[in-house]
Design a binder for this molecule. Structure first.
Ligand code: AVI
Length: 340
């Protein structure tokens, strides 16, 4: 189901929150609920249930990013492939079901290998098998890893190109995003990066995208608490928390929160966590950029924008970035710089 070891809940939840026996999820959730303002990383949304809920979000009429980005890929994949060049090794960060990369792989000239990286190992193996069937000649080497922490990639077999679609970069605040982009430059060994970035737009459209009529986004947000109940034997009453998503204009970001509907105490890993009515847990930020503000961020992280593709409504963008220092794909050396 997830990357967590299969252990009884009590083994994951000893009384001491610093205990190494606590799962990473338990440790981070406890720490996030004990700090002020309360805050938990959105990466914990994506257990099996959360990943399925996210797939449903991408099909919602209000959630424009996925279909807009797919349309951009469909339309401009040949131009993207021309920038990337032949014989590339494509490393996808947070690959999930590896859907978007298919259009890109089809357009690329003789891609050498596809390396999907994802936190969820099981999801990854399944997606890799599907992709091998769709591209019989392509080597597919999945890497199960939390790239927000560390990443060890196999030795490169061709010029490395990063693919980071979906505007997942928006789920990091700008300083974190800058750090992540810097680390990607190291992992890509002088290769380029094709990255999807959601754009600033009418707040009403943004509000609708994160407050859909069917309540799928609310279920996705609340699944964080449901996951704690399933995996950590916590006793969150889901009906006692409300999904809240709003556009924070000064920070150009959608914020998602879980808000306590009443005063209550929740048991989590031997700790009693108190909530007053209206107390909120910040579960996700989704930062929106202009083309220029994203290019500035990328530049501060050592990347230069060489090309950008934007849909006619200017809702979403895909950027082709190369390292500013000039060591890009043409200087690829297959014997240097591999991590393993
Ligand atoms: C994965 N990420 C880019 C999505 C977003 O839009 O920030 C996650 C999401 N959260 C609510 N709906 C979708």
């Amino acid at each position: 189901m997830s990357f967590l070891p299969v252990l009884a809940p009590q083994a994951l939840c000893r009384d001491d929150p610093a205990s190494p026996a606590l799962s990473a999820f338990a440790r981070e959730l406890l720490a996030g609920l004990q700090t002020r303002p309360r805050c938990v990383s959105p990466k914990w949304f994506y257990d099996e249930v959360g990943s399925l809920l996210f797939e449903r979000i991408t099909d919602l009429p209000e959630y424009y990013p996925t279909r807009t980005e797919l349309a951009l890929l469909d339309r401009h994949a040949p131009a993207m492939a021309a920038w990337i060049g032949p014989g590339a090794e494509v490393v996808e960060f947070g690959a999930g079901a590896s859907v978007k990369v298919r259009t890109l792989l089809q357009a690329l000239v003789s891609p050498r290998r596809y390396v999907p990286v994802d936190i969820s190992g099981e999801h990854l193996q399944l997606a890799a098998e599907n992709l091998r069937r769709a591209h019989p000649g392509l080597a597919v080497l999945p890497v199960a890893a939390d790239f927000t922490r560390d990443l060890r990639l196999p030795q490169a077999v061709g010029p490395r190109v990063g693919f980071f679609p979906g505007s997942s970069i928006g789920n990091f605040d700008p300083p974190q995003a800058q750090r992540l982009l810097r680390r990607m430059a190291t992992w890509l060994q002088g290769g380029g990066l094709l990255i999807g970035v959601d754009l600033v737009k009418d707040p009403a459209l943004l509000h609708a995208a994160y407050n859909d009529a069917q309540g799928v986004t609310a279920a996705f947000n609340l699944n964080l608490l449901a996951r704690a109940n399933r995996e950590l034997a916590a006793d969150f009453q889901l009906g006692q928390f409300a999904h809240s998503a709003f556009y924070n204009a000064p920070r150009s970001r959608i914020e998602m929160h879980l808000v306590s509907r009443m005063q209550q105490t929740v048991q989590l890993c031997g700790q009693a966590i108190d909530f007053a009515e209206g107390d909120s847990v910040h579960t996700e930020s989704s930062c929106k950029y202009t083309v220029e503000s994203f290019q500035r961020l990328a530049q501060a992280a050592g990347w230069t924008a060489q090309a950008v593709w934007v849909d006619p409504a200017r809702w979403f963008s895909l950027h082709w970035l190369v390292p500013t220092d000039g060591t890009n794909l043409t200087s690829f050396n297959p014997t240097s710089g591999a991590d393993t």
